[in-house]
Design a protein around this ligand. Structure first.
Ligand code: SP5
Ligand code: ZN
Length: 344
């Protein structure tokens, strides 16, 4: 399996994030991708490709252009205001406040275009996220050109980013960009299977009222887990998208058996949909040793996940999402990818 590697991921390098009233060392760090790259190379998974620049247009198919322009220019604005550390939002247009006007104040726009205080915006966030989307489009090109599968190694992740907001460590929704590009290339049914520990609220929301992208997700129950405000089982799609969204929340601490039972249920729905392309939002924060999550998968389970996805039988594009047990991420990702495509 070929890997498209976004070498510019390291431009996004947060040092700290807010947690319980303190700044704690960031979880979403460049070393994550370094470990995965080392593991991919050690396993001789296949050729490494560089992202090909497809420009801004495919990002604007799923994100508001004004939002993208904001993220692109945010660091310069923050610096002009005297910002020293990474930029964080401090105020949000919640219920009863207006979000239909774009205020001139940078602080106000940081809030307008974000969902949480846990996502530092850094000098290189835009560069890393832009090239992550390009890597995803390049991976899609491989699969559309006849490869059975491809893996996109990038960070920051994407699945929490909505049409016009960042959050959950995400700025550009790579899975959504790739899914929309696949449709624009002529496909009619794309499925996104999100196995990250967290619900992909951004991906769900982007496609919620559409039937051409089926979003299915297994995740920690939002009653207790981030992103809290989306990801419940009763969210099944709206309008033309009714029936094309399926959430499988599991309680924190769920057993591996429960996780694989939910995987079967998700795949059953996807099988009925018969997608021409499967995009896997591959977060490995489901690992038992993950510092911010509460499932218990380990190497054998990641391998089994890969085998099961291979048996599903679709062309498959794997996109890197979460996973914060830094030194273990590479082994866990490679276990999935080698489970999918054992070495000859
Ligand atoms: C892509 C992805 O996996 N995003 C996850 C965003 C989670 N943000 C909330 C993090 C809460 C950190 N909890 C720290 C617990 C330390 N014991
Ligand atoms: Zn996650």
């Amino acid at each position: 399996m070929k890997t498209v590697y976004n070498a510019r991921h390291a431009a996004h390098a947060a040092t700290h994030e807010f947690f319980r009233g303190r700044l704690v060392p960031a979880f979403e760090v460049p070393a994550r991708a370094d470990y995965v790259l080392a593991a991919v190379q050690a396993a001789q998974l296949g050729a490494l490709l560089e992202p090909v620049d497809h420009g801004l247009a495919p990002l604007e198919r799923v994100h508001a252009p004004a939002y993208l322009r904001f993220v692109q220019g945010a660091w310069a604005e923050w610096q002009a205001l005297g910002g020293e550390g990474d930029a964080f939002p401090a105020v949000w247009p919640v219920r009863s406040l207006r979000s239909d006007v774009v205020p001139p104040s940078f602080a106000a726009r940081m809030g307008l275009y974000s969902m949480d205080s846990g996502t530092p915006l850094t000098s290189g966030s835009w560069e890393a996220a832009y090239w992550g989307a390009q890597a995803s489009l390049t991976g899609l090109d491989q699969v559309l050109a006849g490869e059975r599968s491809a893996y996109v190694l990038t960070r920051p992740p994407g699945h929490h980013a909505g049409a016009d907001f960042f959050g959950g460590y995400c700025f550009v929704n790579n899975a959504a960009v790739a899914a929309q590009a696949a449709l624009d290339a002529g496909l009619q049914r794309v499925a996104i299977l999100d196995v990250d520990y967290h619900h992909g609220n951004g991906t769900q929301a982007i496609f919620y009222d559409r039937a051409d992208v089926f979003y299915a997700s297994l995740h920690g129950d939002p009653q207790t887990e981030f992103p809290f405000f989306l990801g419940h089982a009763d969210e099944t799609g709206a309008g033309a998208g009714q029936g094309f969204n399926a959430n499988f929340p599991l309680p924190a601490g769920a057993s591996n058996e429960a996780w694989f039972t939910a995987l079967e249920a998700a795949l059953e729905r996807l099988q009925a949909y018969a997608p021409e392309l499967l995009i896997v939002s591959l977060g490995v924060d489901t690992y038992g040793g993950d510092p911010i999550s509460h499932f218990k998968l380990d190497r054998p389970e990641f391998s089994r996940l890969g085998q099961r996805l291979a048996a599903f039988g679709a062309r498959t594009l794997f996109l890197q999402e979460g996973g914060y047990a830094t030194e273990a991420i590479g082994h866990n990702v490679v276990a999935v990818l080698q489970g999918f495509e054992p070495r000859p």
